[in-house]
Write a protein that binds this ligand. Sequence first.
Ligand SMILES: Cc1c2[nH]c(c1CCC(=O)O)Cc1[nH]c(c(CCC(=O)O)c1C)Cc1[nH]c(c(CCC(=O)O)c1C)Cc1[nH]c(c(C)c1CCC(=O)O)C2
Length: 342
Amino acid sequence: MNRRQRFLAACKSQPVDRPPIWVMRQAGRHLPEYRALKEKYSFHELVQTPELALEVTTQPLRRYNMDAAILFSDILVIPEALGQPYHFREHGGIEMEYALSSRADIERLSVDAVEEKLAYVPAAIKLIRQELGQERALIGFGGSPWTLATYMIEGGSSKTYARAKQMFYAEPELFEALMEKITAGLIRYFETQIDAGVDALQIFDSWGGVLSPDAFEQASTKWMGRIVEAIGDRVPTIVFSKGMHHLLDPLVATGADVLGVDWTARLSQVRRALPDNVAVQGNLDPIILNTTPEIVRQEATRILDDMRGIDGHIFNLGHGITPQARIECMEALVDTVTSYGQ
Ligand SMILES: Cc1c2[nH]c(c1CCC(=O)O)Cc1[nH]c(c(CCC(=O)O)c1C)Cc1[nH]c(c(CCC(=O)O)c1C)Cc1[nH]c(c(C)c1CCC(=O)O)C2
């Protein structure tokens, strides 16, 4: 069983020799070689130039013996392709060029140019696929419609999500019109990723956790379910809804093969509460990677022991790695998981 096969088997809850591992946001600021590239190129240049996206995607694989690569890109390329560009704030966080507020703003968004505007993505995927061969899995991704809507309605990163929630509750028709457009754009985007050669797709529902249970179904999982249905069985799907492991029914109803789980839940309990054919991905607290290799080994082993003998586990963090993560800690993590049980 090679690394790609191990990853794909775990996605389908089939038995594997050990859990496959990859790390959310594995490419990026914790790597000195990424920071060196950022001296020369902007984030947008890295994302939009296939050769540079290939380089950044494969940087973590050269250091760590990971089972899967994740395409280097961002969830915000979809709002950008629909007509709402993004930038970075001086002191962290996202700033959209404007905030959506009226029907006219939403009508102006167009899904027609998604393939053309994001043509650099399949181009990068083909290069990465060539480099990885069939040895390691390649994961494509996008944001969930709800998570993207928060950036689009708030006009950037938000602490309260008040404007997005207000539109959902008080202007349901407007909200639906926006969600229809985002979802249609995402489906076209995911299809181009599949055609270009990704092995699996992850939907990042990073801000699902700010919603009430009923709103979570209406504003988030309903739309993710449409996307999963459109993807069908062409590639496995992973839905990561941060902070939502207490609402497994709507997450299972999306039809996803794998559910991402954050660090606040005991993974074996979540897995046991799920149907046999729904796997879990997670769930080390990312902050542990800022401590010491000894602590990382101890905490990763706790998760591995907890999941011992249970099929359908992809090892990952409970959310993205932080820029402060130490290389020695990442090495210890990957070593602990890849040598487990041998
Ligand atoms: C919410 C979200 C975004 N982008 C993403 C999410 C969902 C994942 C999550 O919940 O963690 C997803 C994402 N963003 C990036 C990836 C690359 C693939 C990977 O290695 O996982 C992925 C999967 C690169 C990136 N995306 C970004 C960086 C850092 C850019 C830099 O080099 O400064 C990277 C490597 C920028 C980004 N993009 C976004 C934010 C909030 C930021 C940070 C802004 C800041 O505070 O500086 C939006």
